[in-house]
Design a protein around this ligand. Structure first.
Ligand SMILES: [Zn+2]
Length: 431
């Protein structure tokens, strides 16, 4: 049995302290970990356990978060940019480039690249990852789908990996085909989510209805690339809200991107968000790829940011997550499978301050992907999965957040405690 661990003087974010019911003004807490679970969180630095029976780390105010979720990845495409070479600017140029690379996508190739992505995510402190997987050829289940399923099993207990069937909305045009596709996705086992790419270039309200009906019938959650464009006429999100109401949809629908909201007249966009707040939709914003792919024209500096209305969404109680999206593929040369890299970009692009206290939940609330959100991470009774940041501070976070000590079920999986945390304290000796 592992020795209990007492984490004193941990600085939790304000959103978490509030959710834990800690009194306003609480800054530092003690977290007690026993047998891999958090058993107590108390304000102040009081010893939660007898000093003799537990290891004690005095974190001296170091920032602590729950382990993270990366809600929107493309593990099947990751690390392909090196062999693809030059790519035309914008989303559709990237789509063309990835189509040319697919000839290389053997099971071994996808496994090698996706595994590298998962290794990086694991080291960053991710415990829940959701990856989209291209289904581009009608009637053919892509090789990568099976590989991601195998990787989900290989990584079970370390990273929970979900996979989303990413296909053009047009594939759902026929109701019977939509039902067959959903049955196929559902039959492929746990962690499967029904996906689609919804864009003004393939727009069909009928196909969207069939997609949602098929998900409902087969008990699948839905995750859509939604209105990833700055065309104010894009109406995927608004139509989804109407359909979810009409269908009395009970699962969760995650809508990634929704960039078009930022291009619409404010009154229209806010009215759509008012409707989103009434249905089970979670928004995921992808700041790095949106900045790189939206308003992209050769020889021109972009004027628009391409991000959805994150603050307005949050003000309406809509769950908003920040995620990495593409990493080192034709869509995005950057990336490290670290959700905090995406958050750093989001902080600057969407002015998400104070980031630690108010916006770090956007990379921690994995329950926002669930049909019924609400299982708060890092609370008494929860598995002791947490990340400690020895060098970051509240004001500058996520700057200096690269150094991390990651605890999974109360055991160190990455990093080492600082020597100063382990120094014996006077009050400890007196006890
Ligand atoms: Zn994506």
């Amino acid at each position: 049995m592992s020795r209990a661990l007492n984490l004193r003087n941990a600085r939790l974010p304000r959103w978490l302290l509030k959710a834990l019911g800690m009194a306003h003004g609480t800054a530092l807490v003690s977290i007690v970990v026993e047998q891999g679970r958090i058993t107590r969180i108390t304000p102040g630095s009081a010893l939660g356990l007898d000093a003799g029976s537990a290891s004690t780390w005095d974190l001296q105010g170091a920032l602590v978060l729950p382990t993270m979720v990366d809600a929107h990845l493309h593990l099947d495409k990751a690390f392909t940019l090196e062999r693809v070479g030059a790519v035309k600017p914008g989303l559709l140029g990237a789509v063309e480039a990835i189509e040319g690379d697919r000839a290389h996508w053997t099971a071994a190739d996808v496994r090698r690249r996706a595994s590298q992505g998962l290794e990086w995510a694991y080291a960053a402190g991710v415990t829940h990852a959701r990856s989209h997987c291209d289904w581009w050829e009608p009637g053919v289940v892509p090789t990568a789908w099976g590989v991601l399923q195998e990787l989900a099993q290989d990584w079970s207990g370390r990273v929970r990996l979900e996979r989303v069937s990413l296909m053009s909305l047009q594939r759902y045009e026929e109701r019977s085909v939509a039902m067959r596709l959903a049955a196929q996705v559902a039959a492929s086992g746990a962690g499967a989510v029904l996906g689609g790419f919804v864009h003004s270039t393939n727009w069909s309200p009928q196909a969207l209805r069939h997609l949602l009906e098929a998900a409902q019938k087969h008990g699948l959650s839905v995750d859509l690339h939604m209105d990833e464009e700055l065309n104010p006429a894009a109406q995927g999100l608004a139509t989804t809200t109407d359909l979810l109401k009409a269908l009395r949809f009970e699962g969760r629908v995650v809508c990634g991107h929704t960039c078009a909201l930022a291009a619409q007249p404010p009154a229209q966009a806010l009215q759509t968000l008012d409707r989103v707040a009434q249905v089970p939709i979670t928004l995921v914003t992808l700041p790095v790829t949106n900045l790189l792919l939206q308003d992209a024209r050769t020889g021109c500096t972009p004027r628009q940011r391409g991000l959805t209305l994150v603050k307005e969404a949050r003000a309406r109680g809509i769950p908003v997550l920040v995620a990495s999206d593409n990493v080192q593929d034709p869509f995005c040369p950057l990336g490290s499978f670290d959700p905090l890299e995406a958050l750093t970009t989001g902080v600057a692009a969407a002015q998400l301050t104070p980031a630690f206290d108010d916006w770090s939940d956007s990379v921690c609330r994995s329950d926002w992907l669930a049909a019924v959100p609400g299982a708060l991470p890092l609370q008494p009774g929860a598995v002791a999965d947490l990340v400690i940041f020895p060098r970051a501070n509240v004001t500058g976070f996520p700057s200096r957040s690269q150094d991390r000590v990651v605890l999974r079920a109360g055991r160190i999986s990455h990093g080492q405690p600082e020597p100063a945390w382990l120094a014996p304290r006077l009050e400890g000796r007196a006890a």
